[in-house]
Ligand binder design. Structure first.
Ligand code: DGJ
Length: 543
């Protein structure tokens, strides 16, 4: 019992931590409301009173309709996720000005409860991938209320201007109506977070050059932003004077974030669920020109501006579609900050992409969620990565089968900074993890047995390892197509690793229940993981 973080002692410690640390989201008077907490620079999403890990999947854009939802529900069952991310379309929610149709939202709530999953709703309002295509028809028919951006050359760009008071008011009203409805229709808190807009910003112009925007651009930078950036001394300067060559992009970021922050605040005043905004990323390893990516969204270089402009938005979240580890891991690093919980709301669900879930968890992620769940399931064997016999294995289910049954424990370990991960690199099959007194040596590839016969890597880099440090000499280990062994970090000590006990099992009701002890061939050459969802509790000693 003393090892269980869901034990009574752990529970008391956790509650104390929550009370003593900050709540990023106002809880109003409903303490059962999902909310974010932080401690020592790490974050947790609290659902039903304890840390919750979003093992999610997002539907395709046009799938939240009665005709297409059955396919979505069936796909989430196959993938075994615990959360569905699904859009709410402004054009559907408010087909006539001021008249709201909640029928699809209600169907989503009912369907999610039937399938025992939570929901993250995506508000497709003013922005969807930099455009405004989800505006209701009654609004599209009044373009003077929802002007497009004017580019530098004076031509209209297919992106909404953030300098549009009537549009801001209409979007805020609609989002407020959605949140008010959720408050009434969702006492069990099926919806645990809401995304405000979708990949906002503008393609094809770094900012708006309309007369309204020009007036603001040549006015002094708001004192509030200068203060937040520690540039108080620049008071009175306009955007170019203060930010030089970044002025156009920073102005666009402030303008878009300011707009969305007000929409978010309007919704939160009705019902204070955690809110987030997702970002179409820029290359995190270079300093590309703002004209080459979506400008004004929460890209890594303007997170501070977004935090200052939109305090009602709790989380700025990266949509990661990069399938090389250098880029992927850098994005995880940039978005996990003391003032920002790491959440990956869209990413790649391929056999290689799903390995990054473990890397995100080791960075403290509150959730990880591939896009396009209702595509035909991709077979892992199509990439030639799984042993015969596993053809039906869904790449996402590989993670969910392991993590799902212990997601509460994993979320708690993540919050406590106890998780470590390694993901296979394309041409590098060995890695190490520093674990205090110990070092884990990881070799990727299908299991092999016998001295000198180390795994030689997988045909595609699909290998992954997740280690939770439960005590100085005790670890919870799971892996996929790899071998894990341990040694004493201080090689000069002469001490050798001894497996005191290796138990395969799983968590039930917060307690680890072993089903067998591994020994002999199963431990003599290290801990070999194939494609089965195996979880080991490992106690180490020395001789
Ligand atoms: C990112 C967007 O946020 C999603 O809604 C969707 O359009 C995907 N791109 C498509 O790949």
């Amino acid at each position: 019992m003393k090892r269980s973080f869901r034990s009574a002692l752990g529970g008391i410690a956790f509650l104390a931590a929550v009370v003593l640390t900050g709540c990023l989201t106002a809880q109003a008077d409903d303490s059962t409301l999902p909310h974010l907490v932080w401690k020592d620079g790490r974050h947790a999403l609290i659902v039903d009173g304890a840390p919750f890990l979003i093992l999610g999947a997002q539907s395709h854009n046009s799938s939240a309709w009665p005709a297409t939802l059955p396919k979505v529900w069936s796909a989430i069952e196959t993938a075994q996720v615990n959360t569905l991310e699904v859009p709410v379309y402004w054009e559907q929610l408010e087909p006539e000005q001021g008249k709201f149709d909640y029928s699809i939202v209600d169907q989503l709530l009912t369907g999610a409860r039937e399938h025992k999953v939570r929901l993250v709703l995506l508000w497709f309002g003013t922005w969807k991938n930099g455009s405004s295509h989800y505006l209701p028809m009654w609004l599209k028919r009044q373009p003077e209320l929802c002007p497009r951006i004017i580019g530098k050359d004076g031509r209209r760009v297919d992106s909404p201007s953030p300098h549009a008071p009537a549009l801001l008011e209409a979007d805020s009203r609609a989002f407020r109506a959605l949140m008010r409805h959720l408050k009434e229709a969702d006492p069990p808190h099926t919806v645990i977070m809401v995304q405000v807009e979708n990949e906002p910003g503008s393609w094809n112009t770094v900012r708006d050059y309309s007369p309204a925007a020009q007036k603001l651009f040549t006015a002094p930078v708001p004192a509030e932003l200068l203060k937040a950036l520690g540039k108080d001394g620049r008071a009175g300067g306009d955007w170019t004077a203060v930010f030089g060559r970044d002025a156009d992009e920073f102005f666009q970021a402030w303008s878009v974030a300011r707009f969305i922050g007000q929409v978010a605040a309007a919704g939160k005043a009705e019902y204070p669920l955690p809110l987030y905004c997702n970002a179409a990323l820029r290359d995190p390893l270079t300093q590309p020109a703002a004209s080459s990516y979506e400008s004004g969204g929460p890209t890594d270089n303007v997170l501070d501006i977004w935090k200052a402009a939109a305090p009602a938005v709790d989380v700025l979240a990266p949509d990661i579609y990069m399938d090389d580890s250098a880029h992927y891991l850098k994005v995880l690093e940039l978005y996990s900050r003391p003032d920002n919980a790491l959440f990956v709301p869209e990413t790649i669900g391929s056999p290689t992409g799903t390995r990054y879930c473990y890397a995100a968890l080791a960075r403290g992620a509150i959730g990880w969620s591939p896009f396009g769940i209702d595509s035909p399931p991709r077979s892992a064997t199509a990439a030639g990565t799984l042993p015969a016999g596993d053809a039906a294995v869904n790449p996402l289910a590989i993670n969910c089968r392991v993590l799902g049954p212990m997601m509460r424990e994993v979320a708690q370990w993540s919050f406590e900074g106890r998780l470590h991960a390694a993901v296979e690199e394309k041409d590098e099959h060995q890695q190490t993890l520093a674990l205090g007194r110990w070092q884990a040596d990881i070799t990727f590839g299908p299991p092999t047995w016998g001295y000198g016969r180390n795994p030689k890597g997988n045909a595609e880099p699909v290998g992954r390892v997740l280690v939770a440090q439960l005590g100085e000499n005790e670890f919870l280990v799971t892996g996929y197509l790899c071998r894990v062994d341990f040694k004493i970090a201080d090689a000069a000590s002469g001490a050798q690793r001894d497996f005191l006990r290796v138990e395969e099992g799983g968590y039930e009701g917060g307690v680890f229940r072993p089903v067998r002890i591994w020994n002999g061939d199963e431990t003599d050459w290290g801990l070999n993981f194939g494609s089965a969802p195996q979880v080991l509790r490992v106690q180490l000693g020395t001789y």
